[in-house]
Design a protein around this ligand. Structure first.
Ligand code: UDP
Length: 347
């Protein structure tokens, strides 16, 4: 049934008015948690995912829920996108290429996957707006848009500092920056309501190490009794946020009117070096494990360039929503270790 009609029919009954959300890339690590949290809030949720890097198993807890539907398909398919956005109230656009490893080996895929579907979705949302219904869009962007900004803390209004186009890593940030420009242009020219979130390092159970992400790789190696491989000297710095804290922020931003047309850093602002992260995983799993060092050239490619330090300024997020992260790094590591053990037992 069409959402607006449903709302009218039920507005005077004791039933809550249910919003219908579309999550692109909803079978992925972050998207699956978002689906769970929206279902828990009585949303109707449709997930579209081509399962290229996501997996329906991630949706095991919601798959049979009466408010949930899954569509296997790509958001590069115009007909499908038009159909999917035709009766939703909100879109969370999370479908994107994942991980710097993939970007290094498949740059064409990265650029195309990140840009074209965003343009398509914005176009279709404009069509709905012209039909009289403004569907709000959350655009999942990335801290990669800051490139290698040398500032110790990154603010949303900072300049973007990319390396040369001959180094594929920067294509990820540049393509996400184009997405942001596009979304902001649709707001500026057509008042299409959008919210942009720049995810910093998001971690948690269900994240796979297959695409290079450091925490699942460290935990998987430690549980297998293997040494942990640290790139370069290990003094590069990141901030790791638990996926539940991140998804909570995303939903709260979408529920906050003053967040519309805003760009927000989302993540943790507690820095840790990669070497310290390795030591913390070893302390949590098995103190006898070793750390081995590997050059970037060996780990990725001769032309790989890393980001030395990445710490968000979260002032804007804190001013806009009640941002109270529930997980410190130690609790995050514990959660990832415990759930990885549980998954390995089930396998
Ligand atoms: N890294 C590492 N060992 C690994 C995987 C990654 O030392 O097995 C490093 C990587 O070079 C980077 C940091 O950990 O400096 C974070 O990498 P990740 O891919 O998780 O995220 P990024 O912040 O680079 O997007």
């Amino acid at each position: 049934m069409h959402c607006e009609l449903w709302a009218i029919l039920h507005s005077s009954s004791e039933h809550p008015i249910v919003k219908h959300a579309l999550i692109t890339g909803g079978a992925g690590f972050i998207g699956s948690y978002l689906a769970e949290m929206l279902i828990a809030r009585d949303y109707r949720v449709t997930v579209v995912d081509d399962e290229s890097t996501g997996a329906v198993e991630n949706l095991a807890t919601v798959r049979d829920h009466f408010n949930f539907s899954f569509v296997h398909g790509t958001v590069a398919d115009k007909t499908l996108v038009r159909h999917l956005v035709s009766d939703v109230d909100e879109v969370y656009h999370l479908a994107a290429a994942v991980g710097v490893q993939l970007i290094q080996t498949a740059p064409i895929h990265t650029i195309e996957t990140n840009i074209y579907p965003t343009e398509l979705i914005l176009n279709e949302l404009l069509r709905r707006k012209r039909d009289g219904y403004a569907v709000k869009l959350f655009l999942a962007s990335s801290s990669e848009v800051y490139g290698k900004n040398p500032k110790p803390l990154w603010c949303e209004d900072d300049d973007l500092v990319f390396g040369p186009t001959t180094r594929p890593r920067w294509s990820y940030g540049a393509s996400k920056a184009i997405d942001e420009f596009l979304a902001l242009a649709y707001w500026r020219q057509h008042r299409l309501p959008i919210v942009i979130g720049r995810f910093f390092n998001v971690v948690g159970p269900r994240q796979t190490g297959r695409y290079g992400m450091v925490l699942p790789r460290f935990v998987e190696a430690a549980l297998a009794g293997r040494p942990l491989t640290v790139h370069d000297d290990g003094h590069q710095v990141r901030c790791f946020a638990h996926v539940l804290d991140v998804v909570h922020s995303v939903i709260e931003l979408m529920e906050t009117d003053s967040a519309t047309a805003g760009v927000f850093n989302i993540g943790s602002d507690q820095p840790v070096s990669i070497l310290q992260l390795a030591k913390s995983v070893i302390a949590a799993v098995n103190p006898n494990l070793e750390i081995v060092f590997q050059s970037y050239a060996e780990a990725y490619d001769h032309d790989f360039e890393d980001v030395r330090s990445r710490i968000p300024d979260l002032s804007r997020l804190r001013r806009t929503i009640h941002f109270r992260p529930a997980f410190e790094l130690e609790a995050i590591i514990r959660d990832v270790v415990d759930q990885t053990i549980a998954r390995l037992r089930r396998a």
